[in-house]
Design a protein around this ligand. Structure first.
Ligand code: MV4
Length: 446
């Protein structure tokens, strides 16, 4: 196993990775910006190097500073976490060329799956259902109107270099199509440096269900079941659960089988997530693949008992997965609530500040992944995630009851949080029935 690993991230995921490393006897090197001098991941790591000023561009996104820190600390590998450089193929390539193991897929996989049209074509080739839509990139509005003739309105225009909902535009008729197409191209150019867009049939009120896969360098590819991430607000996931309450067992089995097939076909290695949409007729369609560990990996860990970060470290070191498909038997149900420093009653506006008192929930079947402590100052330079509360139950209702109890126990004073939002969601009748629409949040809060 590696001797020393650098964590090129911050906050709760940096703490999470340090914990996995410690349990494997791996030494850890934290990197931090000036704003994060007093943060938890700096305290927990064996060593810590300041890599620059507070803005992400001058620290967590500053590749020369991170590589320099890795060289100085003489680490064998870098774990990128999620966000920041986790899906930056250029960064993975630089690690490879500096003989520093990038803990994740190789740069070629990141590049290919980051191109949403290539990913879609790969899925099609692997026999994985994709949303009806354009073959590839749609060059101009005439081509766009031709695609619409085949699939019919409504359609959604998506950025090839986008993902996670960024740069998407919906159109319900030709007039709207023309402007949506032009706007999506302009936005894609501005946001991703590539104006290329593609078109899909717009699915009304789909469920967002994703499959966790793990693949090692020995040809083993397994899935760890699915997660339902339908409760989002402006493409930000707020609550995730496993298993999905919205799909039948046979759909779930087919979806997981398809996810494994796509990973095999694309010779994927390490942890990855295959995202699907499920429509109201229970058809599922591949939309994109994430080549990183995700915030919500925790609910999969709770129902399978597999430590996904440890598997990432093992695979990166060249070891086989410590589990095979037969030994993965998800049981029970798990729910994760993302506690953000945002005020749900003021449009979820992010707000930093000093946490005067932090009392996490505890007791049976409660897990809290967080970097908070009493007195911690939440910087306003980074995303607003403060903590993830994850609860487990033998069935979904038990997990919900435990979540309700955990949220009532949790104290975070000094900054506004989304705790009241989650408290309302876990009491909402549609949520309790498990048939919540994708815009439940907008309906409840706006
Ligand atoms: C869609 C869609 C409807 N039709 N694609 C893309 C990124 C992913 N995070 C959500 N995305 C969507 N893609 C087609 N063809 C609707 C969404 C969507 C969504 C889907 C399920 C649950 C919540 C959602 C929130 C915003 C957008």
């Amino acid at each position: 196993m590696f001797e020393t690993v650098l964590i090129a991230n911050r906050g709760e995921i940096a703490v999470r990775i340090i914990r996995a490393c410690k349990e494997l006897g791996v030494k850890t090197v934290a990197v931090y910006s000036k704003a994060d001098r007093d943060s938890m991941h700096v305290r927990l790591a064996d060593d810590a190097i300041c890599i620059g000023n507070s803005p992400s561009s001058e620290s967590y996104l500053h590749i020369p500073a991170i590589i320099t820190a890795a060289e100085i600390a003489n680490v064998e590998a870098i774990h990128p976490g999620y966000g920041f450089l986790a899906e930056d193929a250029h960064f993975a390539e630089i690690c490879e060329s500096c003989h520093i193991k990038f803990i994740g897929p190789n740069s070629e996989s990141i590049l290919r799956m980051g191109d949403k049209v290539q990913a879609r074509q790969l899925a099609k080739k692997a026999g994985v259902p994709v949303v009806p839509g354009s073959e590839g990139i749609v060059k101009d509005k005439n081509e766009a109107l031709k695609v619409v003739q085949e699939v019919g309105y409504p359609v959604i225009v998506k950025a090839v270099a986008g993902g996670g909902g960024r740069g998407m535009r919906i159109a319900h008729n030709d007039l709207a199509m023309v402007s949506a197409f032009a706007t999506a191209q302009t936005e894609a150019e501005a946001a991703f440096g590539r104006p290329d867009v593609y078109i899909e049939k717009y699915l009304e009120h789909p469920r967002h269900v994703e499959v966790q896969i793990l693949a090692d360098t020995k040809g083993n590819v397994i899935h760890l079941g699915e997660r339902d991430c339908t409760i989002q607000r402006r493409h930000q996931k707020l609550l995730e659960e496993s298993p999905s309450p919205a799909i039948s067992d046979d759909i779930q089995k087919k979806m997981c089988r398809m996810a494994v097939r796509l990973a095999q076909e694309s010779k994927y290695v390490n942890a990855g997530t295959i995202e699907f949409l499920v429509d109201k007729d229970n058809n599922f369609y591949f939309i994109e693949m994430n080549t990183r560990v995700q915030v919500e990996h925790t609910v999969t860990e709770m129902v399978t008992g597999v430590d996904i970060i440890k598997e990432q470290l093992r695979v990166a070191f060249g070891e086989p997965l410590s589990v095979d498909q037969k030994s993965v038997r998800p049981r029970g149900a798990a729910i994760e609530c993302r506690i953000n420093a945002e005020d749900p009653d003021r449009g979820f506006v992010p707000q930093g500040g000093r946490v005067s008192l932090y009392v996490p929930p505890g007791g049976p079947n409660v897990r809290v992944d967080s970097h908070l402590y009493s007195g911690y100052v939440v910087p306003s330079f980074y995303d607003s995630l403060l903590a993830k509360v994850i609860t487990f139950g033998r069935d979904r209702m038990e997990a919900i009851n435990t979540m309700r109890r955990a949220l009532d126990e949790m104290i975070i004073q000094g900054v506004p949080t989304t705790i009241p939002f989650h408290r309302r969601i876990v009491d909402d009748s549609r949520f309790l029935r498990g048939d919540y629409p994708m815009n439940l949040v907008e309906e409840l809060f706006e």
